[in-house]
Design a protein around this ligand. Structure first.
Ligand SMILES: [Mg+2]
Length: 339
């Protein structure tokens, strides 16, 4: 088999403000796995350096190591290849790209979707949240109203970016009382009193969960004990000791950080065994990452709303997995279903 990749640059429709950076574009690595039978399978590496500290150069170096591993291999023994990929020291996002491509290959060769290979029903639909990117009250409220009108039952806002309580209250007023609102601080609050104060100011709006209010397993465990809002870990969920810690009510899992579908499914099992619910989110992934996450979500459903409705944030391409009434249909085609 042969592994190849290329960089692709996607512009965001509007600047996306977070506590770690304001993003206007996003670069990804599109990966292809060329099998000896002529099948071309697709994957993707989606590092986001200001968020996860992994540069595109590091991801490409990882892909080069993985390309050397698969060269000369003529069958797709997923487990032994992935074991070797992890042993190579390649970053998780590069392992994820190979894992996605191996699942796509297996599905294409079997004529079945990845979800079916994972034992999930082929007609599954995954509830997703809308992401409110606007940083001002009026813009956020308008985006919230538009999302609710489109059928979303869950909206997610960034916090720790200024005027949080005012903006969240404006979105609550626009979205009505039955819409779930979740907030994501990306670790903006540096100590427990600051985090508690912020969460207490947000709680009257009725918040489903607060994602990554602080960084660190023990910081989150301690905060959860007195927080007025259920706590989720996201950035902190970077290895088994974190996602399997039971420190938070929920754990947000991402393909690029876990190392692909196979690793994400085992992370989900570990989190649930420790008493945490899981949901999935994109790392501003491209189509291959979103497709892979939809198949993984189908395999672990029922699952809370997932943060996978992010392709629409990009300006330059259509959305092959557009949400309808707040849900995305799991791709039906063979493999990842990228067509
Ligand atoms: Mg997050």
């Amino acid at each position: 088999m042969r592994l190849s990749w290329r960089r692709t640059r996607l512009r965001l429709r509007a600047p996306f403000a977070t506590a770690f950076a304001t993003l206007s574009e996003r670069e990804l690595l599109e990966v292809e796995l060329h099998a000896d039978d002529g099948t071309t399978a697709r994957g993707e590496a989606a590092p986001l350096e200001p968020y996860d500290g992994v540069s595109l150069d590091a991801a490409e170096e990882g892909l080069a190591m993985l390309a050397a591993l698969v060269a000369g291999v003529d069958d797709a023994d997923r487990k032994s290849l992935l074991d070797a990929a992890w042993a190579s020291g390649a970053p998780a996002c590069a392992v994820a790209a190979l894992d996605l491509a191996l699942w796509d290959l297996a599905g294409q060769q079997a004529g079945r979707s990845v979800a079916e290979l994972l034992g999930a029903p082929s007609a599954a639909r995954i509830a997703v949240n809308a992401t409110i990117a606007a940083a001002d009250r009026a813009g956020a409220a308008a985006a919230g109203a538009t999302a609710v009108a489109a059928g979303f039952g869950c909206l997610k806002l960034k916090v720790g970016i200024g005027d949080d309580a005012g903006r969240v209250a404006a979105v609550r007023a626009a979205a009505g009382p039955t819409t779930s609102l979740r907030v994501d601080a990306n670790g903006a609050w540096v100590n427990e009193p600051e985090a508690l104060g912020a969460l207490e100011a947000l709680a009257p709006a009725g918040i489903e969960l607060a994602e990554e209010p602080m960084h660190g397993v023990e910081a989150l465990r301690s905060l959860r004990a007195s927080a007025p809002i259920p706590i989720a870990m996201d950035e902190t969920a970077c290895d088994a000791s974190a996602w399997g810690s039971g420190a938070t009510d929920l754990v947000c899992l991402k393909l690029s950080r876990c190392g692909g579908i196979s690793a994400l499914l085992s992370a989900a099992r570990a989190a649930r065994a420790a008493g945490s619910e899981v949901y999935l989110a994109s790392n501003l992934d491209g189509p291959a990452g979103i497709a892979g996450a939809l198949h993984a979500a189908a395999a672990i459903a029922p699952i809370p709303a997932c943060g996978l409705a992010t392709l629409g944030l990009f300006a330059d391409q259509g959305d092959p997995f557009a949400p309808v009434a707040g849900e995305i249909a799991v791709p039906r085609g063979p493999g990842l279903g990228l067509g």
